[in-house]
Design a protein around this ligand. Structure first.
Ligand code: NAP
Length: 308
């Protein structure tokens, strides 16, 4: 059991912030939880839900005396928030984030971090297509990866404390550098979302022709894509604006592979199609064996309930 933080401040209390609050409470990882968000409506809702002990619209006031501060705002907002809170951060505090892109967050935040504050970026690979403080649940991070991307020269003790905190939230931890993180996530998360946004957008265009048939007969593949494509537009806009290079590289590779499949379909090359699909089938099996998914045949109908 790790020593709890005295004061955990969460800036931003949407899906990820509220899930951290609930999971930290569940395992008593912080003696006090302080919440800040920019809108009165979200703050009032967080209060109604009892997510924290104290609530602020002023992020600067909220971080005073905190020994762990986590930015849970869209990637594009991290730099501005860091600038705002920097003068109020306590010496020795750990400052972290949960952004889905890491190099851009480091670039935006690091210049503002005062001497004596430990900035250690992090990214929990866990989420749903929901957003806002009502969307959070304590089990979100259970058995999911959380990637830490410490900077060169990060204090090992501070890294170990943050690692223990995320383990307490339920996660498995891996460390990697920010650049590698962004390339890995470009292929495992960002590209699939881009494809889903595009697929569902294309179907929507068709739908005006075929009316409700796209929705009515939507098969598992399309239904799963609609889940990804329902993700928060602000969050995903920021991901693509801030991980441009890696996403474009993966998109280039993807379109080459797609062109090969297109050719196989056009020429009726069954062998090529079979080989391509056989190869990819193993990847799904590996994911299940790694415990990151179950093989229950729910065809995308299942919705995870809080407490499940
Ligand atoms: P969310 O549910 O939409 O909540 C966003 C929070 O950030 C809200 O408290 C919102 O405040 C605040 N916010 C929005 N724009 C802001 C701005 N310009 N300046 C300051 N605060 C702002 O988002 P989320 O899903 O929790 O995502 C938060 C972070 O987690 C993002 O960086 C995302 O990349 C990362 N992440 C998300 C997932 C996922 O699946 N959703 C998974 C892993 C990591 P108000 O409501 O008061 O406006």
């Amino acid at each position: 059991m790790t020593t709890p933080f005295k004061r955990l401040t969460l800036i931003g209390i949407g899906l990820i912030g509220s899930s951290i609050a609930l999971a930290a409470r569940r395992k008593e990882l912080a003696e006090e939880i302080v919440i800040a968000t920019r809108s009165e409506a979200t703050l009032a809702r967080a209060k109604e839900l009892g997510l924290g002990d104290r609530y602020y619209l002023d992020a600067g006031e909220a971080v005073e005396g905190a020994d762990l501060v986590i930015l849970c705002v869209p990637v594009g907002a991290c730099g501005a928030v860091a600038k705002w809170i920097a003068p109020s951060l306590a010496p020795g505090a750990i400052l972290s984030d949960v952004g889905s892109v890491k190099e851009a967050v480091v670039k935006g935040v690091e210049p503002h971090v005062p001497e004596g504050v430990h900035f250690i970026p992090a990214h929990p690979i866990a989420g749903t297509e929901q957003s806002g403080p009502d969307a959070g649940f304590a089990e979100l991070f259970d058995n999911r990866w959380c990637l830490l991307t410490p900077l060169e020269g990060s204090d090992p003790q501070a890294v170990a404390r943050l690692r223990a905190f995320w383990e307490g939230l339920g996660s498995n931890i891996e460390e990697m550098d920010a650049r590698r993180h962004d390339r890995v996530l470009a292929i495992t998360s960002h590209l699939p979302h881009l494809i889903a946004f595009n697929l569902v957008g294309t179907a929507h265009d068709l739908e005006t022709v075929t009316h409700s048939e796209v929705i009515k007969y939507s098969a598992g593949g399309f239904r799963d894509s609609t889940r990804l494509a329902a993700s928060d537009p602000t969050m995903w806009r920021d991901v693509f604006l801030n991980n441009k290079e890696a996403v474009l590289e993966m998109l280039g590779r993807f379109t080459e592979e797609l062109a090969a499949l297109q050719r196989a379909v056009r020429w009726g090359d069954g062998d090529a199609l079979y080989k391509a699909f056989e190869r990819t089938r193993y990847i799904r099996r590996n994911i299940i064996e790694a415990g990151q998914e179950t093989d229950v045949p729910d065809f995308g109908r299942h919705v995870k309930e809080p407490g499940e």
